[in-house]
Design a protein around this ligand. Structure first.
Ligand SMILES: [Zn+2]
Length: 210
């Protein structure tokens, strides 16, 4: 059976089909192919469409807890499986229910995000802040300059690290500029010239629904 990133790809044989095509069904990649096409040819087809699949995978990932689904946690890809307890084992993330899952992710992500935050803060020479974490539906972070308080979304655990760094720098720069003025963005770009590219990558990533 052909695989993608070590995950089996479902192949549907249709004798009357003239060509190979693929789609996502319930979060899994399904290839439909004429009967005469070999597994080797399907592997080649997947390889030829590598970029499309990677784009789709990023869109499909992270949006729901789903048996057989997957997500990226701190840049590592994990398969999802329903289990007796919520844990990570050999590249698989076992989950039970949403409450346990949220607790697990908060516990797993907070120290890692805090370490990343401190790295970025020290790299760019900002004074210490009061750092908090929460699950937010529509924002990755926020800053209250008067209290030097920055909040980060725990779901940043599912975001590529270069984007996390850009978000952290964004919030840190609010300590100097509370608005989204030209001066604010100039302060960011001076420190991180590729800030815009990093933030553009975020457009393909949805805040998870759990
Ligand atoms: Zn802002």
């Amino acid at each position: 059976m052909p695989t993608w990133n070590d995950h089996p790809v479902a192949v549907v044989r249709k004798p009357h089909n003239k060509k190979i095509y693929m789609r996502y069904q319930d979060g899994a990649l399904v290839v439909t192919a004429p009967s005469f096409i070999t597994d080797e040819q399907i592997r080649q087809f997947l390889f030829d469409n590598k970029e499309w699949i990677e784009r789709q995978e990023k869109k499909q990932a992270n949006t729901a807890l789903r048996e057989g689904g997957f997500l990226y946690l701190f840049g590592e890809r994990y398969g999802l499986k329903k289990g007796e307890s919520t844990r990570i084992e050999n590249g698989t993330l076992f989950y039970t229910d949403e409450t346990a899952w949220k607790l697990f992710i908060r516990h797993y992500a907070t120290p890692r995000l805090r370490a990343r935050f401190e790295q970025v803060r020290l790299r760019y020479g900002f004074q210490a802040v009061d750092l908090r974490f929460g699950f937010y539906r529509s924002k990755w972070g926020s800053c209250t300059p008067a209290r030097r308080c920055i909040s980060l979304n725990v779901n940043l655990a599912f975001v590529p690290l270069e984007c996390v760094e850009a978000i952290i720098l964004h919030e840190l720069c609010h300590l100097e500029h509370p608005d989204h003025s030209k001066a604010f963005y100039a302060a960011i770009h001076r420190r991180m010239p590729d800030y815009d590219e990093r933030m553009a990558r975020l457009k393909d990533i949805e805040i998870p629904h759990f």
